[in-house]
Design a protein around this ligand. Structure first.
Ligand code: 13P
Ligand code: SF4
Length: 350
C-alpha cells in the first residue's frame, strides 16, 4: 500500500496543547483567510463542521469544487479517498485533512493487488470503480463513478460491453437492476448502510404510514426495495426539499439530516433504524474522526497533508477525467464564494 497522507511531524501542535479558551470557529476563520484556503465538507460531517465549510456536498459536487477552486489550500473534511481525489484533480493545491486515519470500509475492502488480479482475470471487462476506493484502485480502473452519475455513465456504454464494478456490491447490484446490465461485482460493503434493519424499518413505517422512505444506493436490496426514492446524498436532499410530503425516513448516514432540516424546517426527518431499533450505529466511524479541534490543528500544522507521486496521480487522473466527461452537467451553484488569492503557506506552520 502506497502512503498518500503525510502525518504531522513531531514538532506539530497536538490536541493536548490547544488552549481550551480558544474560540476555534474564529481561529479557523482567520486561518482560512490568511491561508487563502477553502473548506470542503461532505454531508456526513458533524453539524459544526458543515456550518463552517465554504461548501458542503456529495462526492461528485466536492470533486468538481476541488477541481475548480482558485484557493491555495483545500481543507477536506471528509475521508481519505475524497481528499486524495481533490489532490489528483487539483495537484497544484495543498490538500489537508483533519485526521489521517479517516478511511472508508469500501476502500479497505478492495486492496489494489487483489483488484489487479481480478481485473487481469477479466481482460474483456471495462472496470468501473466507485469513487470510494484508493488512488491505486482508481489508477487500475477505466472509469470512476459516484452514486449521482453512475447510472448515466453506464447507460452511455455500448450494450455489449461487459462491465466489472468495484468495490460496493450493493451499489453495483442496484445499478445492475436499474440499467439491466449484467455486471461482475466486487464484494465490498459500506459498514454504515449495511447495518440498517429491514425488520426495524418496517416496524418504523407501520408507526409512520405516511412517511416517505428515501435511501442511499449503498443500502442492501432488502432496504432499497422498500424505498420510495433512491439517490446520492445530494439527490436525497433535493428530493425531500422538492417533495410535497411532510414526513420522511432517511436511510443513510444521519448527518445529512442537518441540511434537510435547514432546507425544509417544516418537515420531519426520521433516521432509518439499525438492528437495535435506533440509528445510533449509523454514524460513519471514519467521518466522525474529524472534529473542530482537528480541523483547526491541520490548518495550523499544514498536516495531515495529501501527497501523491506523479506516476500514481497521472494514472488515477485518467478514469476521473472520463467520469467528468461522461457526467451530467452540474447544477449551477453560486452560493459559495471563493477565498481571495495571496497566501504564504509557511506563515501558518506552528
Ligand atoms: P455520496 O455523497 O456521493 O452520495 O456518497 C455517499 C458516501 O458514502 C460517501 O462516502
Ligand atoms: Fe465509507 Fe460508508 Fe463511511 Fe461513506 S459512509 S465513508 S462509504 S464507510
Amino acid at each position: 500500500m502506497i502512503e498518500t497522507v503525510i502525518a504531522p511531524g513531531p514538532e506539530a501542535l497536538g490536541l493536548d496543547r490547544i488552549d481550551p479558551t480558544l474560540d476555534l470557529e474564529r481561529e479557523i476563520e482567520r486561518l482560512r483567510r490568511d491561508m487563502n484556503a477553502v473548506i470542503l465538507a461532505h454531508y456526513y460531517q458533524d453539524e459544526e463542521i458543515q456550518e463552517l465549510a465554504d461548501f458542503v456536498g456529495d462526492s461528485l459536487d466536492l470533486s468538481r469544487r476541488a477541481a475548480a477552486t482558485q484557493a491555495d489550500v483545500i481543507v477536506f473534511c471528509g475521508v481519505r479517498f475524497m481528499a486524495e481525489t481533490a489532490k489528483i484533480l487539483s495537484p497544484e493545491r495543498i490538500v489537508l485533512m483533519p485526521d489521517a486515519e479517516a478511511g472508508c470500509s469500501l476502500e479497505e475492502s478492495c486492496p489494489p493487488d487483489a483488484f489487479r488480479i481480478f481485473r487481469e482475470k477479466h481482460p474483456d471487462h471495462l472496470a468501473l470503480s466507485y469513487i470510494n476506493c484508493s488512488a491505486e484502485v482508481k489508477a487500475l480502473s477505466d472509469i470512476i463513478v459516484t452514486s449521482s452519475n453512475a447510472e448515466t455513465i453506464i447507460d452511455s456504454l455500448p450494450q455489449d460491453q461487459p462491465i466489472l464494478f468495484a468495490p460496493d456490491r450493493h451499489l453495483g447490484a442496484y445499478l445492475a437492476r436499474k440499467t439491466g446490465r449484467d455486471m461482475l461485482l466486487w464484494p465490498g460493503t459500506c459498514v454504515v448502510h449495511e447495518q440498517f434493519s429491514e425488520r426495524e424499518l418496517l416496524r418504523l413505517k407501520s408507526k409512520h404510514p405516511e412517511a416517505v422512505i428515501s435511501a442511499h444506493p449503498e443500502c442492501p436490496e432488502a432496504i432499497l426495495c422498500h424505498a420510495d426514492h433512491v439517490g446520492s446524498t445530494s439527490a436525497m436532499l433535493k428530493f425531500v426539499t422538492a417533495s410535497k410530503d411532510r414526513e420522511f425516513i432517511i436511510a443513510t448516514e444521519p448527518h445529512l439530516i442537518h441540511q434537510m432540516k435547514k432546507a425544509a424546517p417544516e418537515k420531519t426527518f426520521i433516521p432509518a433504524p439499525g438492528a437495535d431499533g435506533t440509528c445510533s450505529c449509523a454514524n460513519c466511524p471514519f467521518m466522525e474522526l474529524n472534529t473542530l479541534e482537528k480541523l483547526y490543528l491541520c490548518m495550523v500544522n499544514m498536516a495531515p497533508r495529501v501527497e501523491i507521486s506523479d506516476a500514481l496521480r497521472i494514472a488515477a487522473r485518467k478514469p476521473l477525467d472520463r467520469m467528468m466527461e461522461l457526467s451530467p452537467p452540474a447544477a449551477a451553484n453560486t452560493d459559495t464564494p471563493e477565498p481571495k488569492p495571496g497566501f504564504d503557506p509557511r506563515a501558518n506552520v506552528a
